[in-house]
Design a protein around this ligand. Sequence first.
Ligand code: BGC
Length: 589
Amino acid sequence: MTTLDARPSTDALVVAHSPGAPDGEWWRDAVIYQVYPRSFADGSGDGIGDLPGITSRLDHLAELGVDAVWLSPFYRSPQADAGYDVSDYRDVDPLFGTLDDFDAMLARAHGLGLRVIVDLVPNHTSDEHAWFVEALAAGPGSPARERYLFREGRGEDGQEPPNNWQSIFGGPAWTRLPDGQWYLHLFDSRQPDLNWEHPEVRAEFEDVLRFWLDRGVDGFRIDVAHGMVKAPGLPDWDGHVSMIEGSEQAFEEAEHALHEHASGAAERVDEVTGSGNQGPMFDQEGVHDIYRAWHRVLAEYDGDRALVAEAWVEPLSRLARYVRPDEMHQAFNFAFLATLWHAPSLRDVITASYLASDSVGAPTTWVLSNHDVVRHASRLGLATPGSRPNGIGADDEQPDEELGLRRARCATLLMLGLPGSAYLYQGEELGLPDHTTLPADVRQDPAFFRTQGAELGRDGCRVPLPWSAQEPGFGFSPTGEAWLPQPSTWARYAADAQRGVPGSTYETYRTALRVRRAEALGSGGLTWLPSRDDVLDLVNRDVRVVANLGTEPVELPAGTRVLLASGPLDAAADGTLLIGSDTTVWVRP
Ligand code: BGC
């Protein structure tokens, strides 16, 4: 057992981040909830979530206490990549409703005090977008083909692709047309990459931004924000192309580096957060001009509209360049999401995150789950907790559900105790795990098909939400239909089974968000207190956050009052409260 120091000497404190003004721009400290429209709530009964379904459940989000909602794409799309293949950026897909439904949803959200961010997918369009249809019809050499990346092949008769790039979803990143030309697609062959050197492409997307800003949205999440500009000449690259899996090795290397050096993480941001080389398709200098132009577009509007970058860029010092004062406002901090369940690594990545974002005056943005990764309740229940398989199937190691949930709650309270903005993924407030035994015949992720099943893909984290324990389909749809099957055991996760139940995951999130707001933790500061290696102990304003990732309990600091705990606390023989394994507490002196 370890006793925490109630008043450590100031020499032992490490200030990682200083508090800001509590009333800065809303996005600096906002908690933003990701709605994945097809799986949130179905109003029409076809088994696919939609905008009226979202509107009908917005009070759940207001009651939860988030500040804003980010909606994954609901635009017109053939759904080759669940809507990340847009055929019309200015319309709603009939699957999800109509523009009027969107306006009604936005009005209801604003009425409840929730801001709304929408997803913009500028790296590629759908193959059914009018521009691509026109480009195919117009043929090689036509101006219409200039808007995309069409090239002649290599080798005899151009039979080889123009370069050796691989698609992130598996297979070559080029597809050949009957007329002999090839076109580039970093993702599925139904997602052709746009040519961002083309002025019409730039003008079109500024206009699309204005279309949604005029409708009243509060910002945009920019898909593949690091990918739009490619290196001149599209040179070959032998590295591994990935956004979703795999920086575990980089983190193992970083961890090794940590033990080699005695100094704090501050000077070692780059070592702690990855190697940086992602090849000629990512993180090119030219992307920054695009964001400077978009920043100016948003600045024409009132209300602190915001841009958030989905940029899988390493190290964090490179990511910080996306959020310089005249570019985007936030960038997802995937380095934190990718860190293994290991207290020294987490401490270092957190410190490095502040160093990187403070260097450009941007907020740090925390996230543990989204629609592209195995949910953190499942990742943290694996034998290597926090590792990131590309989907989990019945033949794979099955996560320990109870342990995963306990660690997920511990991780979430650590995250929500940190200054900065935080993103929640729908269902994590219910403690949802992935569906880890989905059969092959229901899978829909293009990555599953493009790798012939070698990568299971992301369907497991996209299963429709359980709202009511007793209703068919757990109340997701009035007909009980669901586009992906829900595990039969999910009644215990249903929202109505947790609402009002003290200590439930839902009520724990709700309390955390209330205290976070009341104590202005989002705009607070972070000071590390000295602690055992497997314990994270920090102070943010008047709240002390202690996360015990070790196996031995820690005594609650003397004279403190518990505001919130991620799990039950035991008492020692003398009555002292103990913070058990994989538990976070928030206390007040
Ligand atoms: C989105 C994915 C999508 C990909 C291609 C990602 O970053 O989050 O869901 O498949 O971009 O648009």
